[in-house]
Design a protein around this ligand. Structure first.
Ligand code: PMP
Length: 409
């Protein structure tokens, strides 16, 4: 059981007023707040141990390097990778997916297809679409069913009817909250001799992300969605695959020998981390892993599911409010439209009551424009530190604003 009153003390940012109202922060799918131990780990490093990594043979540089490599090991154990050499630090999910799309697509079998799904964030759509446009590989998009679940039968058909070389899929949708059966999708891909990439940006806090159990070839996530700082993320890749990939960005530290005649590269993960890495970000991310593990990952996940289910139930009662998607398994967020009310007006006005929701297309235009024909939605996304009272406050704020906006029409 989580002790919410104690946990709230770890997040002083939540204890503030916005426009004269107590802040109710329900935008955690965009960014989760950082707990004190993460903030302290970052400040402690800058205050005591800061120096560039891998370069100097002096005490501070060695401490910095050790802290970075300890963080890599911490992340390895968190996602159950076989080796810390499989953990590449990047600036976030977007950077990880861009890197893997650039490195992999040009090496796929000629004419083979890349498959993604209709529920992807632009970060797991546009890099692949662009890479396919440049290389001429067909780019196929798997449809959803009427509940907002991936249509697995249609996906099987795509594999059966095309030479698919790679599928990239989100573990949890940042709009519908759909939890995809990623291990099953990976097994399907492997059956057809295709690579499988998983976007774990949302799932990293809501679901167990065990790369060996999922058996994905690559996986990406960001620190800031799990209580770590911004500007740090991870690309996981099976070592035997990373070893075969050519680096796509170049510079210091990632090389072995640089001569006029040519350059040889360091082994993974270093060859994918050119320049000064965000080592303090990695240290902050490791502190976030420590924090979540100390709370109990199962407890964190089950509280988030309870809060999300509760929010879904109470939002449902608002007349004219339509929840987008009723997936078989939901995690982390609920998106909705309200008849006669623009999502931007709604989010702007509840903000004046101290309630932080997100409105827009959530970087998922294929889903919202092409699958649902809606455009923009409002999204509520609780984290374990939220309370049921906060959800009630947000819902009564929404009711009040909806009434006002309807009167104004
Ligand atoms: N994929 C999904 C499913 C996401 O929710 C997000 C962030 N909203 C991203 C990718 C991109 O993450 P980042 O902005 O941290 O790179």
């Amino acid at each position: 059981m989580l002790r919410i009153n104690d946990i709230r003390k770890d997040f002083p940012i939540l204890d503030q007023e916005v426009f004269g109202h107590r802040l109710v922060y329900l935008d955690n799918a965009a960014t989760m707040q950082m707990p004190e131990p993460v903030l302290q780990a970052i400040v402690h490093h800058y205050r005591n141990d800061n120096a560039n990594v891998h370069r100097g043979i002096h005490a501070l540089s060695e401490r910095s390097t050790r802290a970075l490599e300890d963080a890599r090991e911490r992340v390895r154990s968190f996602i159950n990778a076989r080796s810390s050499d499989e953990i590449v630090f990047t600036s976030g999910t977007t950077a990880s997916l861009n890197m893997i799309a650039s490195a992999v697509v040009s090496n796929l079998r000629p004419e083979s297809a890349v498959v993604t799904t209709m529920m992807e964030h632009h970060a797991n759509f546009v890099p692949w679409q662009q890479a396919c446009e440049h290389t001429g590989h067909p780019f196929l998009v798997a449809p959803l069913d009427e509940h907002g679940d991936l249509d697995l039968q249609a996906l099987e058909g795509i594999f059966a009817e095309n030479d698919v070389a790679l599928i990239t899929v989100t573990h949890v949708s940042n709009v519908l909250g759909t939890v995809n059966p990623v291990a099953r999708i990976v097994a399907l891909a492997h059956k057809w001799n295709a690579l499988a990439v998983v976007d774990a940006a949302q799932s990293i806090r809501h679901e167990a992300v065990d790369v060996q159990a999922i058996d994905c070839d690559f996986l990406a996530f960001s620190g800031h969605k799990m209580g770590g700082p911004t500007g740090i993320g991870v690309l996981y890749g099976k070592l035997e695959l990373l070893e075969k990939l050519d680096p796509v960005q170049f510079g210091g530290e990632m090389v072995d020998n640089v001569r006029l005649a040519g350059t040889t590269f360091a082994p993974p993960p270093l060859c994918f981390e050119p320049g000064t890495p965000n080592y303090v970000g990695a240290i902050g991310l490791a502190a976030a892993v420590d924090y979540l593990e100390a709370l109990g990952l199962e407890d964190v996940r089950s509280r988030e599911k309870q809060l999300t289910r509760y929010a879904e139930d109470v939002l449902h009662e608002i007349s004219g409010l339509h929840i987008i998607g009723m997936p078989a398994a939901r995690a982390g967020c609920i998106s909705f439209t309200v008849e006669g009310v623009h999502p931007f007006d709604l989010a702007t006005m509840v903000d004046k009551l101290g309630i932080a929701l997100r409105s827009g297309n959530q970087c998922a235009q294929p889903l919202l424009y092409e699958a649902y024909g809606i455009g923009n939605i409002t999204r509520m996304s609780p984290a374990f530190y939220n309370t049921f009272d906060e959800i009630d406050t947000a819902v009564s704020g929404l009711r009040r604003v909806i009434e006002l906006l309807r009167l104004a029409v």
